[in-house]
Design a protein around this ligand. Structure first.
Ligand SMILES: [Zn+2]
Ligand SMILES: [Zn+2]
Length: 811
């Protein structure tokens, strides 16, 4: 190596701190830019390169914005209160409060080494009473506004973490944190009424600039369904059964009704049924509620159920539909009952096959052939036209849905409803390491919130902090002085709530607090909040699509409604970065493939590591970490260094300028879109180019300025050697002249299934942009003809010396 990275890092790190290079003028920003990265929680292994990858990519963007003249606020903190940190502490046999101090030191130490322009003065930790005071305040507000309530209900239970979990924390039947299979438990829990915001959370998705996959995940999670509740009489009984359906058009084909074992009707049917049947139902229900929801809803499993012997009457045609109790219907979700249309629903079809129930076809696909099938052996779930349905016959299904809804409403047996999949947020946890829920139960007044002036309700130090598994928090064994309080209303005897709140509440609002951390007497500094929020760029992983990102939106909306904020979407722009993998797999301790940045920083320097991580693949896709790549980047930096050493080749000025301006344009465009690997590739070509056509000081200075966000230390050192004014990080991003930047034109040919269908004449740098070329190819008028109404199965893009080729494989 031709330079001593350790010396440079130490020298400039110190100088930046002393000079306050990254200090933000929060009070009087010229043009503000709130650059936020996702809240880190200290994990067992400390910071690994996967985390660093996220932070470096975000930092590059912040630095780029700063060089464009923005006042950049890039805060950092620790999400260290909660189950993740607690589980780790328990594992190593340390008290969570003790471990928090150790983790904090280690984590901040590592974060200081990765070269980010963090606004350290505004850091916050969620376990700091100065912070959780306001988390509790938020809880109290929720309670006061009727958005927090306590209810007995069937909730998710993690047997390993020994606590309840929110629906969002159960991923395909497993605990989001420890991956254990979750169970169901019926207990009293605190909930936040996020469902009051279902429609707003859904509507606003159209207004935010987020990756499509995260938006889709949120839409699906909210799960809006327009349908109708149809009420059927039960023959010989006073009771009725109401079924929700989104496809009332098929109701002439209904041949049975199924109700979930938890349905309130089950008990009375059990009593009124024949004795033998009643017994059967009882046994079935007992078995069914023991099963997990996953088992019950699993597709393709054998359908089970008990015929109650009762018949529901279809008002449309008098059809007597047998009523079954079955476990594939959840009795506590929606109306808890479903009308079976086996001709047009796969699950209903399987059920009908199992119990020998009639299958009636009422929709035929456009080709009509399927209508001829006499013995129906398959389901028809596609669009088509109505048959066997009296007044609906001949209509297309979407028209028939409306006509049937009108009909049922007019007859008084149906009511249009909108349903959501979203459930209220279960917020209480039977754990120790979290903010105590600031509520108390008074013998006279019932559940009361703690007085705001008494917040925070401090988490007492207890020796016995391990979760008990008996459904109670370890705090239930806290000293009497803590447990027994005066009622905040009548002053009488009251008992504290002993559950703590979900860690996702801590992180649902931390970004709102960052600018205001120094304000002790209020949750937000009004002026700063107005100046700095909402967040300008939020950069993070997509794994919390329905957790953190949904909760934050909800909390922000609520705070806006209460008058604390003037906006309701906290993150108008969200960028989802990819994942760094090692040996083809996600980094995890159990796989033993975790890469810790420290050793690489020691060996190659932080600049080389930052650059390598950003070069590994498109930032939104990630890549595979390899030591060879690391060495390659280190060699590149050595070549850059030599250009600064004035061992430069002399060349024609005009050619040098052209190369320079073309590169500045390419890198600027790439940085704007966080396409760091593309920008870096352009810089590499630039270095090669300067070794070919020659370089002068101006050209090298431009290189150093463009390198500054990626490699902050070496660029500062080179800048200083070139006689530049301290600091390189306070310089403006280089500009380019359109005329000089105009590159040669290249031709990208577009094929559809291997046949030439179009040509694109573009600038070279454009022609290297896969996303752009695919987009342009699909918009080409001639190409359009060949891909319309077809499914694109594969998109191939190859760059060549004269341009490139796009090949779209369609079916
Ligand atoms: Zn768990
Ligand atoms: Zn009271």
């Amino acid at each position: 190596m031709s330079f001593d990275h350790k010396k440079i890092e130490e020298k400039w790190g110190k100088k930046w701190r002393e000079a306050g290079v990254y200090k933000v003028d929060l009070k009087n920003p010229k043009k503000k830019f709130y650059n936020l990265m996702m809240f880190p929680y200290p994990s067992a292994e400390g910071l690994h390169v996967g985390n660093m990858y996220a932070f470096t990519g975000a930092d590059l963007y912040g630095r780029f914005k700063a060089m464009q003249g923005y006042e950049v606020f890039e805060p950092i903190g620790l999400d260290g209160f909660g189950i993740h940190s607690e589980n780790y502490a328990i594992k190593i046999g340390k008290h969570p409060a003790e471990q928090a101090k150790v983790s904090q030191k280690r984590y901040y130490g590592q974060l200081e080494r990765i070269g980010n322009r963090f606004s350290w003065e505004n850091r916050l930790e969620t376990y700091d009473p100065d912070y959780y005071k306001w988390t509790q305040w938020l809880f109290v507000q929720m309670f006061k506004k009727g958005l927090a309530y306590r209810k007995k209900s069937l909730v998710n239970w993690c047997p390993s973490c020994k606590t309840v979990l929110a629906d969002e924390q159960v991923e395909t039947g497993r605990c989001e944190r420890c991956k254990s299979e979750t169970e169901k438990k019926e207990t009293y829990q605190w909930f936040f009424k996020i469902t009051d915001y279902s429609q707003r959370l859904l509507d606003n998705i159209a207004k935010i600039d987020w990756p499509e996959r995260i938006k889709t995940a949120q839409r699906n999670w909210i799960g809006r369904k327009e349908g109708i509740n149809i009420t059927y009489k039960i023959k010989g009984l006073k009771e009725t059964v109401t079924c929700f359906t989104t496809r009332p058009d098929t109701n002439f084909g209904a041949t049975f009704v199924v109700i979930g074992p938890e349905h309130k009707l089950v008990k009375s049917l059990m009593k009124k049924a024949k004795k033998e049947t009643g017994e059967k139902i009882k046994t079935y229900v007992e078995e069914a509620i023991k099963k997990s929801e996953i088992e019950r809803l699993a597709e393709g499993g054998k359908k089970t159920g008990v015929d109650t012997g009762f018949k529901a009457i279809n008002d449309l045609n008098g059809y007597e539909m047998p009523v079954y109790v079955t476990d594939f219907v959840l009795g506590h979700v929606g109306t808890g009952a479903v009308v079976g249309v086996p001709g047009h629903d796969k699950r209903d079809f399987e059920f009908a096959q199992e119990f020998g129930l009639e299958v009636i076809r009422v929709v035929v696909a456009a080709d009509g052939d399927k209508a001829k099938i006499t013995k129906i052996e398959q389901v028809q779930e596609d669009e088509g036209k109505m048959i066997n349905s009296e007044f609906l016959n001949g209509m297309k299904i979407d028209k028939a849905i409306g006509a049937m809804m009108d009909h049922l409403e007019k007859k008084g047996v149906g009511k249009r409803v909108v349903e959501y999949r979203l459930r209220d947020w279960c917020i209480s946890r039977q754990r120790y390491w979290g903010p105590p829920i600031p509520m108390m139960e008074c013998q006279k007044c019932g559940w009361m919130a703690e007085k705001e002036e008494n917040l925070p309700v401090k988490l007492p130090m207890v020796k016995d902090y391990k979760p008990t598994g008996d459904g109670k928090s370890p705090l239930a064994k806290a000293p009497k002085e803590w447990l027994e309080v005066k009622c905040s209303k009548c002053g009488g005897k009251a008992k504290r709530e002993t559950d703590v709140s979900d860690t996702f509440l801590d992180s649902a609002w931390y970004f709102l607090r960052y600018p205001s951390v120094k304000k002790k007497e209020a949750v937000f500094d009004k002026e700063l909040t107005k100046k700095w929020l909402p967040v300008d760029a939020y950069i993070g992983g997509a794994e919390h699509a329905v957790l953190h990102l949904m909760y934050s939106r909800f909390v922000t909306m609520a705070l806006k409604d209460w008058g604390y904020l003037s906006f309701e979407e906290p993150f108008p722009f969200l960028y989802g970065h990819g994942l760094i993998i090692k040996d083809g797999a996600k980094m995890s301790k159990s796989r033993g493939n975790i890469v810790i940045p420290d050793e690489y920083i020691d060996k190659y320097g932080v600049d080389a590591l930052r650059m390598y991580l950003m070069f590994i693949g498109p930032y939104d896709q990630g890549g595979d970490f390899r030591d060879t790549g690391m060495r390659g980047m280190s060699r590149f930096l050595a070549r850059v260094w030599q250009l600064g050493e004035k061992k430069r080749k002399k060349g024609k000025l005009r050619e040098i300028r052209k190369l320079q301006h073309m590169t500045v344009k390419r890198v600027t465009k790439a940085m704007e879109k966080l396409r760091y690997n593309v920008g870096m590739a352009a810089l590499m070509e630039y270095v090669n180019g300067m070794n070919e056509v020659g370089a002068d000081e101006e050209a090298v200075k431009a290189l150093v300025l463009m390198l500054a966000p990626m490699a902050p230390y070496i660029s500062e050192e080179m800048w200083s050697k070139l006689g530049g004014k301290f600091s390189v990080h306070q310089q403006r991003w280089p500009e380019y002249d359109e005329e000089l930047a105009r590159g040669e034109k290249v031709t990208v040919v577009v094929q559809v299934n291997g046949k030439l269908r179009g040509k694109l004449e573009v600038d070279r740098e454009e022609g290297e942009d896969k996303g752009k070329m695919l987009e342009m190819a699909k918009e080409n008028d001639n190409v359009k003809k060949y891909i319309e109404d077809k499914k694109i199965e594969k998109e191939i893009f190859v760059v060549s010396r004269t341009g490139g080729t796009v090949n779209l494989v369609v079916k």
